[in-house]
Design a protein around this ligand. Structure first.
Ligand code: UDP
Ligand code: MG
Length: 326
């Protein structure tokens, strides 16, 4: 990835920072999160706002957020009408953010708020995107690390844009980058891919990812699998096109085999048995076709979702914002 310094440097003086925090069932962890975030922001020497997006939590998250919002006018709360998922909650927050710099952050303290200071310094040095990269993933299970590694390898082999390994949503985005992100209309938002698609000057900043401070991760393997499918379908057409080549190879093998049979029959006479090989060939062809149709279905379902063009999220209430909803 590029580590190019900009010709001119910037200053945080007179600029504003927006923190965007999607929250789903985080009532337990929020006090700790605010304590650490406030400690960092108070020494960041920059004007800021904290936009908390309550993503349809079923616990006391909203009450905790509102209590904090009452005591600190820099905190703003966006209450979504139901659970829309982290990527969409993040987009809602990006739409509401007004800052010259925007930092999405998880509230479970897996993204250390202290890194925000480094992000701002990188921004001042010319970076449009300062990306937090996990330098080790020991807090994840071996299985998770292995599947993540496989995912990155496969994705970077077939997709249009490269993904930065072990980078999440924790990063600083310059206002220009946010504006481009907001132009992307897709409903299935594979944020890692969208961040990469946007481009701009990126600087990588390593950090150690802590285990969750409280509560449980809402990611299960089935969801991770679907998340990976979203990534592949959004940034690659290879799964669709590979069937042309698989089909051609199968046909070539079949033709060669047919020629072998003809020659063998001519020279050695007829040889009737062959039921097992017939079954294998049939089942293989049938299986391949079903998979191919399934892949078509994955893309078709996503196209269907996009053409319905429903709004990305529904905001139920806004607290602490002084501007009318866009
Ligand atoms: N989150 C959300 N909506 C969801 C799931 C999660 O807004 O449907 C938030 C959650 O509150 C947290 C962040 O997204 O601030 C990351 O969630 P989590 O810790 O479950 O994900 P992981 O760290 O395992 O990737
Ligand atoms: Mg987490």
């Amino acid at each position: 990835m590029k580590n190019v310094a900009a010709p001119n440097t910037r200053s945080r003086k007179g600029r504003t920072l927006s923190i965007v925090a999607p929250c789903y069932n985080e009532a337990q962890g929020l006090p700790l999160f605010f304590a650490r975030l406030d400690a960092v922001l108070s020494r960041a020497d920059v004007a800021y706002e904290v936009i908390c997006v309550n993503d349809g939590s079923r616990d006391e998250t909203l009450a905790v957020l509102l209590a904090h919002q009452q005591s600190d006018p820099r905190v703003k709360v966006l209450n979504l009408a139901r659970n829309f998922g982290k990527d969409v909650a993040l987009s809602a927050g990006l739409d509401a953010a007004k800052g010259d710099m925007v930092v999405p952050i998880d509230v479970d303290l897996q993204d250390p708020p202290e890194l925000i200071i480094d992000f701002i310094c990188a921004w001042e040095a010319g970076a449009d995107v300062a990306v937090g990269v996990r330098s080790d993933r020991h807090s994840d299970s071996l299985l998770k690390r292995m599947t993540a590694g496989g995912f990155y390898r496969l994705f970077n082999a077939i997709a249009d844009v490269p993904l930065i390994r072990n980078a999440g949503d924790f990063r600083l985005l310059d206002r220009r980058v946010v504006e481009v992100l907001r132009l992307l209309p897709e409903r299935r938002r594979f944020m890692k891919g969208l961040f990469s698609w946007v481009g701009f000057r990126q600087v990588l900043i390593p950090y150690v990812r802590a285990p969750r401070a409280a509560g449980t991760s809402s990611w299960r393997y089935w969801r991770l699998w679907n998340f990976a499918l979203d990534g592949f379908t959004a940034f690659s057409t290879a799964p669709l096109r590979v069937w042309t080549y698989l089909g051609t190879s199968a046909a070539v093998v079949a033709l060669v085999y047919a020629a072998v049979i003809v020659v063998r029959t001519l020279f050695f006479g007829r040889d009737v048995p062959g039921y097992p090989s017939l079954m294998v060939a049939l089942l293989l062809a049938f299986g391949l076709q079903m998979v191919a149709i399934g892949v078509l279905g994955e893309y078709l379902a996503r196209i269907y979702e996009e053409v319905k063009a429903r709004p990305l999220y529904v905001v139920m209430d806004r607290y602490g914002f002084d501007d009318p909803p866009a």
